[in-house]
Write a protein that binds this ligand. Structure first.
Ligand code: CO
Ligand code: CO
Length: 305
């Protein structure tokens, strides 16, 4: 094993030979949007993301589906699986089967196998003091999906959040590998604070996050001010708040928002930022946000300013 559970990384990595290592991961969850097809697309993008976060390329996958019998329109299951196929086709992944069980609550995701060159594995344990921290998607999907459940989200905001969640982290992964990133993770359920502190601990460094530079989706700040946020944000804040030294009280809340199919958090030499940006824009994506830097290990894994 090149990467196993010891460093709480995004996926396991198993060395096959000098040229190829296998990347293996599974992710599935309850619907974040009402549209069945979009849910399938988002869940697949999220499942593939853990392979991209290791610098790998997903190659095949198995569906994991928990479906409540008789409670949903009959074509919902087909639509979810078609959504998964849409994203798989975009990513060049073959879905080769899967397993479904009946369950009270709907859940969908995939177990994914990818490949990576053994010398190009990007773990969460390689951040070095002096490096820059970049993020490739804005935060706030947990807050916006809570607003959706409460009937407060505009169609426009829903479309924007859906597009962000559906977007593959493939371009981000390829660009960060080209740019010589030494550590990466994808930002998902534990929020930026949770995934960043896992990176900090695994790398034995402190990550300094400049809160004003952390990108937020439109409307996120307003919903937060109105008290609209998921229970998971409070849970993350309680748990990971201990890892964060923050001067600014409530303004740190977005870093605790649980993300669905969030972007990559990347540590790389500051002089490589231009290469990362160029790699992303060259693939039709927007530039990453530079949200902080890597410091020598201090008393807290995260310092938020
Ligand atoms: Co992950
Ligand atoms: Co995951």
């Amino acid at each position: 094993m090149l990467v196993s559970e010891g460093t709480v990384d995004d996926a396991g990595v198993y060395l096959l030979n000098d040229e190829v290592a296998l990347v293996f991961t599974v992710d599935f969850f309850t619907p974040v949007v009402d549209d069945a097809r979009d849910f399938g697309r988002i869940s697949a993008a999220n499942a593939f993301s853990d392979v991209y976060a290791m610098g790998g390329r997903p190659v095949m996958a198995l569906n994991v589906l928990c479906f409540p019998d008789g409670e949903l329109p009959p074509d919902a299951m087909a639509e979810i699986l078609l959504g998964g196929e849409d994203t798989a086709a975009e990513a060049g992944v073959s879905i080769v089967g899967g397993h479904s069980v009946s369950d009270r609550e709907l859940k969908y995701g995939l177990a994914v196998v990818g490949t990576v060159h053994p010398k190009r594995v990007v773990t969460n344990a390689g951040a070095r003091p002096g490096q820059a921290l970049a993020l490739t998607k804005p935060l706030g999907t947990g807050i916006l999906m809570t607003a959706l459940k409460e009937g407060k989200l505009s169609a426009e905001s829903l479309a924007e959040a859906t597009a962000v969640m559906r977007r593959l982290n493939r371009a981000a992964s390829e660009a960060m590998v080209e740019a010589g990133a030494t550590a990466a993770t994808d930002v998902t359920g534990f929020g930026l604070a949770g995934h960043a502190s896992a990176m900090a601990r695994a790398s034995r460094v402190t990550l300094e996050i400049d809160l004003a530079s952390v990108p937020l989706l439109r409307g996120v700040r307003e919903f937060l001010d109105a008290g609209v946020f998921p229970g998971g944000l409070a849970t993350n804040r309680e748990y990971y708040g201990r890892s964060v030294s923050a001067a600014a009280g409530a303004s740190a809340d977005p870093i605790y928002d649980p993300q669905t199919s969030g972007g990559l958090l990347v540590a790389l030499p500051e002089e490589s930022l231009a290469r990362l940006s160029g790699g992303l824009t060259g693939r039709g994506e927007r530039e990453p946000w530079v949200i902080g830097r890597v410091l020598p290990e201090g008393p807290h894994p995260i310092v938020a300013r």
